[in-house]
Design a protein around this ligand. Structure first.
Ligand code: ZN
Length: 381
């Protein structure tokens, strides 16, 4: 291993988008496999979530941390996992991350996974919060509010939730697609939309999907971000099953990105698969746009190197940020960090070998993506 590889394998990362892990002591096969999928559907009878690139990556890289040979069978892996228990598996995998800080999205299935304090304790790392805008709106609706009072109550709740956070996040792409009007809605339209939404949800946990309310959430968060110099994260493409993928191309959201640029608000585009080139192009064009390829690096397993190479094609090195998008399983945190280091290391080594950059350049590029860009846009000490 030469110097730049040692540097890249040891340099502490900032994971700018991830989620907590499951801690319930009995992680059944069903539970583990369901967390190895971005779908809510079970695989066809007689098949397994291990029969895809992510399964190969888990068996190859995680098995040795559970005292198994690399590429141990899925059955052996799950059996050993059950034997060790969730707590020990979390301890071993999260203890081997080499990550210096996690920015945790606390708004997705939060009752099933660890929150900020628990995850900090488990990982042994500092953890900062990213507040999911739509989850706060749903909390406000569930707490009992009428249509006329919704806007003020939501704005107040978002401000309070954001007090200790380092950014806000929106899942607008999943709930409405990016092909919507991107201006701030008028007050009377918000009252009308809130009325229909609250009436339709009754006693159930409300699920926000009205474009007027989603736009209201985004612009309310944008005002807080403008005042407090915080970034907004936007989920793009792969990462949730309830999407119309073709309409999640982030270039459809150009008007909003431009408006945020005028307000000097950084916007971090998350995941981006299969729109990696579109996201990198937006980062090239707009001063305030950033992007990552979290999630898909795990899901592409052995092909992840090609993904990382594509992410480095055109986007400025100062705009590309590392993330794992890990949710639920410590395997996804571990793989996200390991595969990122390996793939970007391989790509940069090839550049050095071809004379396209110096070792020093490669280290600067790695540092920027691994840590420095996130530290700058989220103002992390
Ligand atoms: Zn996520």
């Amino acid at each position: 291993m030469h110097d730049s590889q040692t540097f890249m394998s040891e340099f502490p990362l900032i994971d700018h988008h991830c989620h907590g892990v499951v801690t319930s002591p009995t992680s059944t096969r069903l539970c583990v496999e369901s967390l190895m999928s971005e779908s809510y559907r079970a695989p066809p009878p007689g098949t397994s979530q291990f029969q895809k690139p992510l399964g190969l990556a888990v068996r190859r890289h995680c098995a040795p941390l559970l005292d198994l040979e690399p590429l141990a069978s899925a059955d052996a892996y799950l059996e050993r996992r059950a034997q060790l228990g969730t707590h020990e598996v979390n301890r071993r995998l999260l203890g081997a991350l080499g990550i210096g800080m996690h920015l945790l999205d606390t708004g997705h299935r939060s009752s099933e996974i660890t929150g900020i304090e628990d995850f900090a304790q488990l990982s042994g790392n500092p953890v900062r919060e990213i507040v999911r805008i739509e989850a706060v709106a749903e909390d406000v609706a569930a707490s009992g509010v009428d249509a006329a009072g919704f806007a003020a109550r939501f704005a107040d709740a978002l401000r309070r939730r954001g007090e200790t956070a380092v950014g806000f996040k929106s899942i607008v792409a999943y709930r409405t697609t990016f092909r919507i009007d991107q201006t701030a809605p008028a007050g009377e339209d918000v009252v009308r939309a809130a009325g229909s939404w609250l009436a339709a949800t009754g006693n159930r946990r409300p699920r926000i999907s009205d474009p007027v309310l989603i736009r209201f959430g985004l612009w309310t968060a944008a005002e807080l971000c403008r005042d407090r110099k915080l970034p907004i994260q936007l989920h793009v493409g792969f990462g949730d099953p309830d999407v119309y993928m073709h309409a999640c191309d982030p270039t459809h959201f150009t008007d909003f990105l431009r408006a945020m640029e005028a307000w000097e608000i950084p916007v971090a585009l998350l995941h981006n698969y299969p729109f990696i080139r579109e996201a990198a192009w937006l980062a090239e064009v707009f001063q305030n746009v950033y992007y990552d390829v979290g999630a898909i690096v795990n899901y592409t397993g052995p092909s992840g190197r090609r993904i990382v190479r594509e992410a480095l094609e055109v986007g400025p090195f100062t705009k590309h940020v590392f993330s794992t998008d890990a949710f639920g399983l410590p395997e996804l945190h571990y793989l996200g960090a390991l595969l990122f280091r390996r793939h970007i290391g391989d790509v940069l080594d090839a550049w050095i070998a071809a004379g396209d950059c110096t070792t020093r350049d490669a280290e600067e590029i790695f540092k920027a993506i691994a840590r420095d860009n996130a530290a700058r846009i989220y103002a992390l000490a």
